[in-house]
Design a protein around this ligand. Structure first.
Ligand code: ZN
Length: 293
């Protein structure tokens, strides 16, 4: 019996969790997610229903499937703690920094992880393991995440990405990974598949020089147009923020700011949507001051 951690319970992650539960494995499944269920995502995230809107995704997944849900944003500061004991990690995020955190954990512990990504009708998957090039060899610089909200994603694409990932996990647990160091592209429209070998960077800062970057900014840019995440370390309460007119939304609060919205978690996390980084930073500072005064 293996201990598997799924990182991200959005489009691909929700489908991967369903595939894992359909496979009726006896593995221990953990899921780490930083978001809440939104009504707008229900159509492409069939794990959740209308009654889950406003719930933390990690908790909604736990209720539905009996997996162990962890409400957190995985980063290089908490990865060692949150991924402790995992035999393999399934990446269902769309964030360079989070993937670097998984990559660093994998290099330090010599454990494998399965990368996957999906947008429009294209999905990609590869296994990153001690014997393969690492994620940073192939993605040395942060890329501005493409926005699933703007570019769209087909349900078939997430289904293919999830099935490929779960199939690869099965191979991996039998010590016969099919995609180790091999990036597989699948097109959901043309039903075609291509593979390419990932090359090792002989000067890779991560797997060769063993230097692991820590984010220099507290605002992490996420998938989605102008979506930033902040970890403030402050516990937020509705009463302290009452002058900002917070709207209760299930497990979180939402605050309107200019043309955007801030999703405030009691644990100190704030997600901003529809704001520039500078506007979001100012709004977060303002909310922190309200809470602390
Ligand atoms: Zn590397």
């Amino acid at each position: 019996m293996a201990n598997i951690t799924v990182v991200g319970a959005g489009g691909v992650g929700a489908q991967t969790l369903l595939e894992l539960s359909n496979a009726s494995t006896r593995h221990t499944i953990n899921v780490i997610d930083r978001d809440v269920v939104e009504e707008s995502g229900l159509a492409r995230q069939r794990l959740y229903t209308k009654s889950d809107v406003g719930k933390l995704k990690a908790h909604a997944a736990q209720e539905r499937l009996g997996v162990h849900g962890i409400d957190a944003h995985l980063n290089e500061d908490n990865a060692d703690e949150l991924l402790k004991g995992a035999d393999a990690v399934l990446d269902c995020t769309d964030n360079w920094q989070t993937r670097c955190a998984m990559n660093a954990w994998a290099l330090k512990t010599k454990k494998p992880w399965v990368f996957t990504s999906a947008i429009r009708d294209e999905s990609m998957a590869t296994t990153l393991a001690p014997q393969t090039p690492c994620f940073v060899c192939w993605n040395p610089e942060p890329k501005t995440p493409r926005s699933c909200r703007i570019e769209g994603i087909r349900e078939e694409t997430t289904r293919i990405a999830a099935q490929t990932q779960v199939q690869e996990l099965r191979q991996l647990l039998q010590k016969k990974p099919r995609l180790a160091g091999v990036l597989q592209y699948t097109n959901a429209t043309t039903k075609t598949c291509a593979t390419t070998r990932i090359k090792k960077n002989p000067n890779c800062p991560a797997c060769v020089k063993k230097t692991f970057q820590t984010p220099k900014t507290n605002a992490a840019l996420l998938c989605g147009d102008g979506e930033y995440l902040f970890e403030t370390g402050v516990s937020f309460t509705k009463d302290a923020l009452s002058s900002l007119n917070p709207k209760p939304f299930g497990d979180v609060m939402k605050i309107r700011f200019r043309k955007g919205e801030l999703v405030v978690f009691s644990t100190g996390r704030i997600l901003s949507r529809g704001l520039s980084q500078r506007q979001a930073e100012a709004a977060v500072e303002h909310i922190k001051q309200k809470q602390e005064n």
